[in-house]
Write a protein that binds this ligand. Structure first.
Ligand code: FES
Ligand code: FES
Length: 184
C-alpha cells in the first residue's frame, strides 16, 4: 500500500507577513473614538498600551494577572481585562475606557451615581468598577442584588465599598426604568 505524505505547511511570504515581532511594530488602535498608531511589541498588553503608550492612565493596574478587575475596559462592547488582552488583538476593534464614558463635561449616569452614593474610598478600583457596572446594565444582569453581586464579582474592592457600589448600580438601573425594585 502506498501512502501519500501530508504536505508540510509552508510559510509563504504572505503568511510570514501576518506575524509581528518580536520587535515593536505599528499597531492601529481605536480608543474612545480616536485613532492611535503606536509602536508596540507583540507581547504588550492592552493595559500597558493604554497607560504607557497612549497616555490614558484612568484604567488601573492592580494585580496585572487577571484577578482584581481594576483594568476592566470594553472592547466591541464586551468587558475585558485589559491586563490579559494583547494590544495587537484589538486592532480593528472599538476600545472604550473610563475616559470615554463622559459626554464632554457631562458625566455618565453611572459616574454620577458612584459619586452620589459614595461608592468608593481610595478610588483605585473605581474605573474598573464603573466600566463593569455600565456593561452589567447593558447585559441585563442587574435584576437583583444577588445578580449584581455575582456579575460584579470579578471587580475586587479592597476598601469593601460593595454595598455603596450596589446602591449606585441600582440607582442607574431604576432611573433607566430597568428591573423591578425587588433588589433592595
Ligand atoms: S490588573 Fe487586570 S485583573 Fe487586576
Ligand atoms: S475604593 Fe479602594 S479599592 Fe475600591
Amino acid at each position: 500500500m502506498t501512502t501519500t505524505e501530508e504536505p508540510k505547511p509552508s510559510l509563504s511570504t504572505t503568511a510570514t507577513e501576518q506575524f509581528h515581532g518580536p520587535e515593536a511594530t505599528i499597531v492601529d488602535l481605536e480608543v474612545n473614538d480616536q485613532h492611535y498608531a503606536v509602536a508596540l511589541e507583540p507581547r504588550v498588553s492592552l493595559l500597558d498600551a493604554l497607560r504607557e503608550s497612549i497616555g490614558l492612565s484612568g484604567t488601573k493596574k492592580g494585580c496585572d494577572q487577571g484577578t482584581c478587575g481594576a483594568c476592566t475596559v470594553r472592547v466591541d462592547g464586551r468587558r475585558v481585562l485589559s491586563c490579559l488582552t494583547l494590544a495587537m488583538t484589538c486592532e480593528g476593534r472599538e476600545v472604550r475606557t473610563i475616559e470615554g464614558l463622559a459626554d464632554g463635561n457631562e458625566l455618565h449616569p453611572m459616574q454620577r451615581a458612584f459619586l452620589a452614593n459614595d461608592a468608593l474610598q481610595c478610588g483605585y478600583c473605581t474605573p474598573g468598577q464603573i466600566m463593569s457596572a455600565v456593561a452589567l446594565l447593558d447585559e441585563g444582569h442587574a435584576e437583583t442584588d444577588a445578580e449584581i453581586t455575582e456579575w460584579m464579582s470579578g471587580n475586587i474592592c479592597r476598601c469593601a465599598a460593595y454595598p455603596n457600589i450596589r446602591d449606585a448600580i441600582r440607582e442607574v438601573r431604576d432611573q433607566a426604568g430597568g428591573a423591578p425594585d425587588a433588589a433592595h
